[in-house]
Design a protein around this ligand. Structure first.
Ligand code: ZN
Ligand code: FE
Length: 257
């Protein structure tokens, strides 16, 4: 019988989240990225879990920097994008867009989401309605375009946006309050956004995580998923413009906000 996966989330470094995904039936545990090897290993030990897998989203140091230390300590298997293999330390299983693999009796789907980096991938587990999106999508935000183009990132976000409303989105950083302030500057009349801004302020005041979020909430409040929504296009005053141009302008404004 297939059991539900348990996701254990905890803050590491300045504003990263670490995620341990555990299947009790098979006694396997995946670390989603490796922002802080020491913290991840000690948290796993505290829980009585042995890390058997690492699922990397991209090569940045706050995502793959702990790979080798965790692999050395646990003998785990490291999954990452084949196209980025030279930048993923210790990679064992080289994935490509559309690949699927089994984890604890659940199908994990690999989706390539270039934009933040060209080799970024995300992990979607449809039967559990969960996704680990790294630095592609954030609560009310998206990753900076360090390597990819606005067109690539818009395509990547559009693929994520196709998943069901109740998909829980595990993003790698707690950037939500700053993202909300920017979103409010662009779309102050969005009532769902105003309400969420208040909620997020209260949560952060109480040191509560705003991650995971859901796709339903992001569709309503995330400016970077709204570049083809008429209300948003009006709010940013780009009538008649295409989604990629609206997205690119929104990203530009956020970069200098
Ligand atoms: Zn990154
Ligand atoms: Fe990051």
């Amino acid at each position: 019988m297939t059991a539900h996966l348990e996701v254990h989330q905890f803050p590491v470094l300045n504003d990263n989240y670490a995620f341990l995904v555990h299947d009790a039936a098979q006694g396997i545990t995946a670390s989603i990225d490796t922002p802080d090897a020491r913290a991840i290993l000690s948290e796993a030990e505290r829980l009585g879990w042995t890390i058997t897998h690492i699922f990397n989203t991209h090569h940045h140091h706050d995502h793959a920097g702990g790979n080798l230390a965790i692999k050395e300590a646990s003998g785990c298997t490291i999954y990452g994008n084949s196209a980025d293999a030279s930048r993923i330390p210790g990679i064992d299983i080289k994935l490509a867009d559309g690949d699927t693999f089994d984890f604890g009796g659940h199908v994990v789907e690999v989706v390539e989401t270039p934009g933040h980096t060209v080799g970024h991938i995300v992990y979607y587990i449809a039967d559990e309605s969960i996704a680990f999106v790294g630095d592609t999508l954030f609560a009310m935000g998206c990753g900076r375009l360090f390597e990819g183009s606005p067109q690539q990132m818009w395509n990547s976000l559009s693929r994520i946006r196709q998943w069901p409303d109740d998909t829980r989105i595990y993003c790698a950083h707690e950037y939500t309050l700053a993202n909300a302030e920017f979103a409010m500057s662009v779309e102050p009349d969005n009532t769902a956004l105003r309400q969420r801004f208040d909620e997020v302020k209260a949560m952060r005041r109480n040191h509560k995580p705003t991650v995971p979020t859901t796709l339903a909430i992001e569709r309503q409040t995330n400016p970077f998923l709204r570049a083809d929504v008429p209300e948003f296009i009006n709010a940013i005053d780009m009538p008649g413009q295409g989604a990629v141009d609206v997205f690119a302008e929104t990203r530009r404004r956020k970069d200098s906000f």
